[in-house]
Design a protein around this ligand. Sequence first.
Ligand SMILES: Nc1nc2c(c(=O)[nH]1)N[C@H]1C(S)=C(S)[C@@H](COP(=O)(O)O)O[C@H]1N2
Ligand SMILES: [Mo]
Length: 434
Amino acid sequence: MPPNFWRSLPVVSKSAARRNPVLARRSFLGLGAALTGTFALDAARAETAEISPPADAPWSQSLGAGVVDRPYGTPAETEAGVIRRNVPWLTAGTESSISFSPLQDLNGIITPNGLFFERYHAGRPDVDPEQHRLMIHGLVERPLVLTMKDILRFPSVSRIHFIECPANGGMEWRAAQLNSLQFTHGMVSCAEWTGVKLSTLLEEVGLKKEAKWVMVEGADGAHMNRSLPLEKCLDDCLIVYAQNGEALRPEQGYPLRLVVPGWEGNVSVKWLRRIKVGDQPWFSREETSKYTDLMADGTSRGFTWLIDAKSVITFPCPEKPLSGPGLYEIRGLAWTGNGKVKAVHVSTDGGINWQVAQLHEPILSKALTRFSIPWRWDGKPALLESRVIDETGYVQPTIVDLRKQRGTNSVYHNNSIQTWQVKPDGSVFDVQIG
Ligand SMILES: Nc1nc2c(c(=O)[nH]1)N[C@H]1C(S)=C(S)[C@@H](COP(=O)(O)O)O[C@H]1N2
Ligand SMILES: [Mo]
């Protein structure tokens, strides 16, 4: 049994419930009318779940640690397994690589800053905010070089948006390869970003009438740069300095990054140092040799910025198996670059029958959205899937359908339905059904 298992269940023994009717009502009826019956902790497991009255525990009988014992808070020591992980064989080194967010251990829609996935093309620079500058030039009336102090004076906005690397799921194009939610889907994270609208800065410099494209460039060794259509820049792009209430983490681009809501993570340039306005795209390395999609007929699709709707069941999953037959809540995340999630359907028989899942508030545009559905597992093999429909009516495709359009030579933009196979012992596996 995984060490975190009991933490995922309401720990109430049958005997404790009988002694305390209030506790019993809260625990057994709390999940709503859809659930007839109880979370059937069988006798043996109820024994294990028996807990001591609180006053008996050692931590209840002594003074605890004082304030500022940890001036910057850290998770409980027993949560030490909740960490970002990389796949060592995937890249030659860690400087041009990826770490994956532990989606199996996360709740809600906000990714804690220390667990936000990382993607570096040339390692993480340590940028001195005093020396950092943002230059805005090209087809503008008044070119500017801004300090961080200058940027902080502009009117600010806060928005919750996901960032997903389009390579998320890229190892699963041909077959199910990585038996792990963290590695199949962990290149997506979501935060509240605070900063200045890019449109505000572009107004400040004044656009010339020929302006059509914008090049954004990072201060890291890769000088990562991408071309963006002006229309998107004026729509909802943000130049941010804060993430979930505190300064951006160095991993996420401290002291300044671009956030391009709903578009492939690659365009959200970190350690942002330059914005150049032009009348055509730059065809940089990251939009020619990379971040293009090799199609079945050998041609290549470019400038495929949009993140199409995608969803995944986060419980159960390979890292969080089932402990025996009974009632569970299937939980997951859905997102779309095209606005809001409209509905999520869940299947327990590999996509033959579908049920409508409950969406959890808040349902925000271009943000992760939570869904759940109660499920009584009878102990038989099952094939769990989720399928999202976004507000444009777009339906998340199966891997078979996606391969028909795209072939098998792609790396990026695999937004196909994930299938988790549940075996009679409760273990969960990454599979694809053909
Ligand atoms: N300057 C710079 N910006 C960058 C990158 C980079 O290597 N250098 N990686 C990009 C890629 S490919 C992705 S998916 C996102 C990842 O953002 P994160 O590391 O904050 O999760 O940042 C993008 N911005
Ligand atoms: Mo990426």
